[in-house]
Design a protein around this ligand. Structure first.
Ligand SMILES: [Zn+2]
Length: 490
């Protein structure tokens, strides 16, 4: 069955390509590849799959037109600025969470206390440049002794808030984070050099650069730019921050955690993509929710996964130097990160990490052995790559902060056995319209969208048994909210 086999392998290529870029950008190279496979029948069949929507009223999914203001802001992201930030963070010369933070050490520019004060001064500088638009804050707490914390230690997260301009919309929050603490081979070393240029001065620089660039704009919703400590000791900073946000009732829609986004200059690096890890089953889901997800095949539709899909769409809409490569698992094997602390509290959160890590350049004492260089030094960081990742982050933050709130109480009617599907939802603040999205159950990204106008329900001649639906809200300029998957309603 050579034809069928051909079709199958082309289909596989299509699925893997799906995770990188949205459909519009994909068609030409994909068709070239199919044509090269030399199978006309297969080509025609796939053409019909690609070009004919499965419902006559549908259009191919896109993330909406680029917002000229956002596109212009992305061009302000500077690799040189990012390099200056990374070099400064490396200069301390350790940012171990358990390193010095007394006034003398801070004055001498040594240890995590000095790094913290410098990050704060940077946020304050950006704020002066935008007429005081940022609220710069510390989140300080004392962590009890644990495996990597020999004695009670004060830990400080530093963050800047760009408060939303819309009274109601400002309650919605999107957040970008990196961890500014570092480590070397010994997680308990309090004074030896731990440059942490890639892990994670690069992620901290992304958070700072997004603050610098986006603070020049105003958005209806709130953006929080965060730099946490304690990641290397056990996610202490992010856990405290996430719990604080939960307790305070913050409505955080999306967390973008940037950790190891330096694009290490190894020969096998792919500088075109950054991995975006997202959890499938929400880690904090209760047994009843898990049962529901299992019964409807909802394993691939956690809120975190909708954030990942939003990144894929933003990467298609905007000219970002680096494109997202979606990875459908919470994190890499044997590794963890700050996004999981947010997931634990029920927030949608994803992790961005370079395509290929070089373990000689992470968590290592700086040294050369048998001609091999070890240590997380700035010379291994590709600052153009970090800038590309910062552009992707900024595009997502700005798009979400511009968009209306996602529709609430999204429901899919399952009252009867029928071949049509009816969805309903609650109107969301500032929305001027809604779209129902759908995709094949085997597709990683949204494939189709149908406008519902300004209505809060829509019936489509599609069987709910065959596709996965979601609803998102739009404003007049076409900014899209996150997609919300419906709950079945009897
Ligand atoms: Zn890290």
């Amino acid at each position: 069955m050579p034809l069928a086999e051909n079709c199958r392998s082309t289909r596989r290529a299509r699925l893997s390509l799906h995770s990188l870029v949205p459909p519009m950008k994909r068609r030409v190279p994909m068709l070239t590849r199919i044509a090269k496979s030399g199978s006309l029948g297969c080509l025609l069949r796939l053409l019909s799959m690609l070009l004919l929507p499965s419902y006559s009223g549908a259009q191919q999914l896109n993330a909406g037109p680029p917002d000229p203001q956002i596109a212009a802001a992305l061009t302000q992201v500077s690799a040189k600025r990012i390099q200056t930030t990374v070099d400064k963070l490396v200069s301390f010369p350790t940012r171990s969470t358990i390193s010095a933070q007394d006034p003398a050490a801070i004055a001498a520019g040594r240890g995590i206390g000095a790094a913290r004060e410098w990050i704060k001064s940077e946020f304050e500088r950006y704020s002066r440049d935008c007429g005081g638009c940022l609220e710069v804050k510390n989140d300080t707490f004392t962590e009890a002794p644990a495996e990597r914390i020999p004695k009670p230690i004060e830990i400080t997260n530093v963050y800047a808030v760009l408060r939303g301009a819309d009274p109601e919309g400002s309650k919605r929050i999107v957040l970008v984070s990196g961890h500014y603490d570092s480590r070397n081979s010994d997680p308990l070393d309090v004074s030896g050099p731990a440059p942490g240029a890639n892990d994670d001065a690069s992620g901290t620089a992304v958070s700072l650069e997004c603050a610098r660039v986006l603070s020049k704009l105003r958005f209806p919703a709130t953006i929080v730019f965060l730099a946490v400590a304690g990641e290397e000791q056990g996610l202490n900073g992010s856990r405290h921050f996430a719990q604080m946000a939960k307790t305070a009732g913050w409505d955080i829609e999306a967390v973008l955690n940037n950790d190891i986004v330096g694009g290490d200059r190894s020969a096998q690096q792919d500088t075109g993509v950054v991995r975006v890890f997202s959890e499938g089953l929400p880690v904090n889901a209760d047994p009843a929710s898990i049962r529901l997800l299992r019964s409807v095949g909802g394993e691939g539709d956690s809120p975190s996964r909708q954030v990942a899909r939003y990144l894929a769409e933003a990467g298609g809409t905007y000219n970002t130097g680096v494109k997202p490569m979606l990875v459908f698992r919470p994190d890499r094997y044997l590794r963890g990160g700050d996004h999981s602390a947010f997931n634990q509290e029920g927030f949608a959160a994803v992790r961005l990490t370079e395509f290929r890590e070089d373990y000689n350049h992470q968590h290592q004492n700086v040294r050369t052995e048998n001609g091999v260089e070890y240590g997380d030094l700035p010379k291994f960081v590709n600052f153009d790559y970090v800038a590309g990742v910062a552009q992707l982050n900024a595009a997502v933050l700005a798009s979400l902060a511009s968009a209306p709130a996602p529709p609430g109480k999204v429901r899919l009617s399952t009252r009867g056995v029928e071949n049509d599907s009816t969805l309903s939802w609650e109107a969301s603040d500032r929305a001027t319209g809604y779209e129902v999205l759908w995709r094949a159950t085997t597709s990683p990204v949204w494939e189709h969208a149908q406008s519902a106008g300004n209505a809060t329900s829509l019936t489509l001649p599609l069987s709910k048994d065959n596709v996965i639906f979601a609803v998102r809200a739009l404003d007049r300029e076409g900014h899209r909210s996150l997609a919300v998957v419906p709950v079945p309603e009897r």
